[in-house]
Design a binder for this molecule. Structure first.
Ligand code: SF4
Length: 307
């Protein structure tokens, strides 16, 4: 484990994310990335769409289209066509708009062609830049009161259990989310953030709504993991409507099966507007400090535990 050797070497175990990027966070294959699929290559890649168990990949007139919100990171497409798709080790993969998890490649044929479909002609549900900015501004207004400490209620709405392991890791000494003023609570009446995992099975729809209704305002909802975003492998089956989007007003969408603790933390910080959103973009190499640095005596500073 890289963090053990780092702890033994430096005596510091706890991550400094998001103030400082953690290299080992990006060893996790959080989702899939399109490499290039222009013209003939794309037309020659119909096998990818057939191989994908969740219909996350489609071949369009211009190239390939990938819905990260449907991808369960099984790796079949990477094995089949490593020239067209690859594992993506980015940690900051969450988005404020469901449609921005849909990425495509066009005729350019290089890695940077991978872009969110927010422009005219985009996939259903994606938002143009202005609408996304308005969404962000409205969320920021709503969550202004949550900047100093955030209480999170987690609900398993039909998960396979993998997301729960990663959520549990958030409170260990490596991630230590309490240092950022983030706490988990058992009571929805004390919660600001509803963190939902699982495909929202029929039996969990009622409890999920009750939990949401019991939370005081302002409140935000995070769909954590591909199952919560789209239903994953269960989408289209009798047991689920396909994610929580048809049940609750989702503010942040985190793809991944499961998402890494860093991706979950990024999503929570996005939900309370403590990180700038860069929806749909691969920010795996973006190491800029994300939070406002702590200023001693500044009550609005975003670093440090409020306790
Ligand atoms: S890794 Fe994702 S996109 Fe590729 S085949 Fe599996 S589910 Fe589909």
């Amino acid at each position: 484990m890289p963090w053990i050797s780092r702890g033994l070497r430096g005596g510091i175990l706890t991550s400094r994310y998001p103030a400082q990027a953690d290299g080992y966070g990006e060893r996790w294959a959080g989702t899939i990335r399109l490499r290039h699929a222009g013209g003939g290559e794309a037309r020659d890649s119909t096998g990818l769409a057939v191989a994908c168990p969740t219909q996350a990949i489609a071949v369009t007139g211009d190239g390939l289209e990938l819905d990260r919100g449907r991808c369960v990171v099984c790796g079949r497409c990477v094995t089949l066509r490593p020239d067209l798709v690859e594992l993506d080790h980015a940690t900051e993969v969450g988005s404020l708009a469901r449609g921005d998890l849909v990425v495509s490649t066009g005729e350019q044929g290089d890695e940077d062609a991978c872009a969110p479909l927010g422009a005219p002609g985009a996939a259903p549900g994606s938002l143009p830049g202005d609408d996304l900015a308005r969404l962000r501004a409205s969320l920021e207004l709503r969550t202004r009161a949550l900047r100093r400490s955030v209480h999170v209620r987690h609900v398993d709405a039909g998960s396979d259990g993998s997301e729960e392991w990663e959520i549990a890791a958030l409170t260990n000494p490596v991630y230590d989310v309490q240092r950022l003023g983030i706490f988990f609570t058992a009571s929805p009446k004390h919660a600001d953030v509803l963190l939902v995992t699982g495909a929202a099975t029929a039996g969990m729809i009622g409890p999920l709504r009750q939990t949401y209704e019991a939370m005081p305002s302002p409140k935000v909802v995070i769909a954590a993991g591909t199952d919560a975003v789209s239903g994953g492998l269960l989408a289209g089956g009798y047991a689920t409507d396909g994610g929580i989007g048809s049940i609750l007003p989702v503010d942040v969408w985190i793809p991944g099966s499961p998402p890494s603790p860093f991706s979950l933390l990024h999503g929570i910080l996005l939900a309370v507007c403590l990180l700038p959103a860069a929806p749909g973009r691969n920010r795996s190499h973006d190491t800029r400090p994300a939070l406002v640095p702590h200023q001693p005596g500044d009550p609005s500073a975003t670093q440090g535990s409020p306790s």
